[in-house]
Design a protein around this ligand. Structure first.
Ligand SMILES: O=C(O)[C@@H](CO)OP(=O)(O)O
Length: 211
C-alpha cells in the first residue's frame, strides 16, 4: 500500500445555485457552498487525516473549498499548488446559459449528453475526454508520484475535472460515467497500491443527491 489521495468537489457556487453552466467562469461559493466545504473538512478532520500537500484549480470556488478544508483539518497555510489543468471542463458556448433554458431549446436528452457523455463536447467546449486529456497527465506527473511516495494529497477541484479522474481510478466504462454525478463538498478518500491501482475508496458523506 502507498499513500492516500483525497478528491473533493467544491461546495455549491453562485452559478450552481442559479442553475447556470459554469465551466471556466469564476463565481464564488454560496453560503451553502461554504457550509458544504466546512462539513467535508469536518468529516476529514474526524478521520485524523493530515495532508502533505494540496492541489486545486485556478478557479475561486475550488481554491476557497481547499482553504476551508485545510482550515478544518488544522492545516491552514499548507503548501497548495494551483493549476489550470484541474479547472472545470470548459463549457464553451453553453457557459453562462441557464440549464433549463438549454433543455427547452435543445431538448433534455441533448443537454444530458453534453453534460455527462464521455466524448461529445458542447459547442465550443470540452468533452469529458478532452478534460481528461489535461487532467490525467497532470495527475500522472504531479500528483500520483507523491501518493506513491506515501504522501497524503488533497485535490479540491470540480464536478467534471474530478469525474475524468474518478472514471480512470474506478475503472468506469463510458456508459457508467454517464450516470456518475459528484456531490459538492463530499470527500472521496482513495488508498492506492504501489502499482497505482485503487486499494480502497471511502466516501465521507452522501453522494446520492448529486445531479
Ligand atoms: O456548470 C458546470 O460547470 C458544471 C458543474 O457545476 O455543471 P454540470 O453539472 O452541468 O456539468
Amino acid at each position: 500500500m502507498s499513500g492516500t489521495l483525497v478528491l473533493v468537489r467544491h461546495g455549491q457556487s453562485d452559478w450552481n445555485l442559479k442553475n447556470l453552466f459554469t465551466g471556466w467562469k469564476d463565481p464564488e461559493l454560496t453560503e451553502l457552498g461554504v457550509q458544504e466545504a466546512t462539513a467535508g473538512g469536518q468529516a476529514l478532520a474526524e478521520t485524523g487525516i493530515k495532508f502533505d500537500i494540496a492541489f486545486t484549480s485556478e478557479l475561486k470556488r475550488a481554491q476557497e473549498t481547499c482553504r476551508i478544508v485545510l482550515e478544518k483539518v488544522g492545516q491552514s497555510g499548507l503548501e497548495t499548488i494551483r493549476d489550470l489543468a484541474l479547472n472545470e471542463r470548459d463549457y464553451g458556448d453553453l457557459s453562462g446559459l441557464n440549464k433549463d433554458d438549454a433543455r427547452a431549446k435543445w431538448g433534455e436528452e441533448q443537454v444530458h449528453i453534453w453534460r455527462r457523455s464521455y466524448d461529445i463536447p458542447p459547442p465550443g467546449g470540452e468533452s469529458l475526454r478532452d478534460t481528461g486529456a489535461r487532467v490525467w497527465p497532470y495527475y500522472l506527473t504531479e500528483i500520483l508520484p507523491r501518493v506513491l511516495k506515501g504522501q497524503t494529497v488533497l485535490v479540491a477541484a470540480h464536478g467534471n475535472s474530478l469525474r475524468s479522474l474518478v472514471m480512470v481510478l474506478d475503472r468506469l466504462s463510458k456508459e457508467e460515467i454517464l450516470k456518475l454525478n459528484l456531490a459538492t463538498g463530499v470527500p472521496m478518500v482513495y488508498k492506492l497500491n504501489a502499482d497505482s491501482t485503487v486499494a480502497s475508496k471511502q466516501v465521507l458523506g452522501d453522494m446520492s443527491g448529486a445531479h
